[in-house]
Design a binder for this molecule. Structure first.
Ligand SMILES: C[S@@+](CC[C@H](N)C(=O)[O-])C[C@H]1O[C@@H](n2cnc3c(N)ncnc32)[C@H](O)[C@@H]1O
Length: 268
């Protein structure tokens, strides 16, 4: 891989290439809430949409003993999810595979389907949520952690985000996001603000991730190494700039055949 190739890679492939642990909003804290409020345990069978390098499925399996499947569109990301499982969670029984969530055709159901904020990276987020419901068994759960905006993001930042990530950030407010989940029962919800990271925190995270990536990929060329660091730093810096405008909620939603797609419980 040379400098040009590093810079040309799509965002999801770059994440896979450097094995970034591309986490959901709230990271471990959100996983703990999901596990507790959806009563996840070793009998649970999970399906993760858009797993990137495997963080959510892997860590939930360590936390609860659950088993299951996880997939992503990016083969690079899936390869690293398998690598991470071997290195960091050798006892976890999650099968990772490459697939396009919009065309997924599995013949089984799961106790928990996990989407995190991943649906916001699909071309049609509402359709992505509908698709997840196809795989939830009666009485099972959808676990999400969507971003929403609390004040308008300046157009200049939206444009900058697009050049770094290749997609537009969520500009939907809280009610717009929640309306996408209106067919499901809300069993648990909380709302969270994001704290900006300091330059030192960003540097430390990027340094650790790129050192490991260079070890995995056996890269010693300082120019290639620097281009990997710089691209990751731009990604992190961009996400950080959006933080004052964003919040996220942690959601445990239930699918019940006898209720879906109605709302019989008023919102409080
Ligand atoms: C930034 S990550 C998700 C962020 C984080 N893991 C979370 O859940 O909050 C977005 C991922 O969605 C994947 N993705 C986008 N469209 C997809 C699709 N149609 N099918 C499967 N994965 C898709 C991308 O490959 C990328 O790895």
């Amino acid at each position: 891989m040379n400098v040009e190739e590093i810079n040309k890679m799509s965002y999801p492939d770059f994440v896979g290439y450097i094995n970034q642990w591309n986490v959901l909003p709230g990271a471990h804290v959100t996983l703990s809430k999901w596990a507790i409020f959806s009563r996840m345990d070793e009998k649970s069978k999970i399906l993760q949409f858009a797993c990137t390098t495997g963080f959510q499925a892997r860590e939930l399996s360590i936390l609860t003993g659950c088993t299951g499947k996880a997939f992503d569109l990016s083969q690079q990301a899936v390869d690293m999810a398998i690598y991470n499982q071997k290195r960091y969670a050798p006892n976890s029984q999650i099968t990772y595979f490459q697939a396009d969530g919009t065309k997924l055709d599995l013949k089984e159901k799961f106790s928990h389907v996990i989407i995190g904020a991943g649906f916001q990276f699909f071309n049609d987020p509402k359709e992505a949520i509908r698709k997840t419901v196809e795989y939830i068994q009666d009485g099972g759960y959808l676990l999400a952690s969507p971003f929403y905006i609390k004040k308008n993001i300046p157009q200049s930042l939206i444009n900058e985000f697009k050049t770094v990530f290749g997609i537009t950030p969520t500009v939907a407010g809280y009610k717009d996001i929640m309306s996408m989940f209106r067919d499901l029962e809300i069993l648990y919800e909380d709302k969270n603000d994001l704290v900006e990271e300091t330059e030192e925190e960003l540097q430390h995270y990027c340094k650790c991730t790129i050192e490991r990536a260079c070890e995995i990929r056996q890269i010693s060329d300082p120019l290639v190494k620097k281009s990997m660091f710089d691209r990751l730093y731009r990604i992190k810096e961009m996400s950080n700039k959006l933080r004052p405008y964003q919040s996220y909620s942690v959601l445990v939603l239930r699918y019940r055949k006898s209720v879906y797609p109605n709302r019989f419980v008023e919102l409080f």
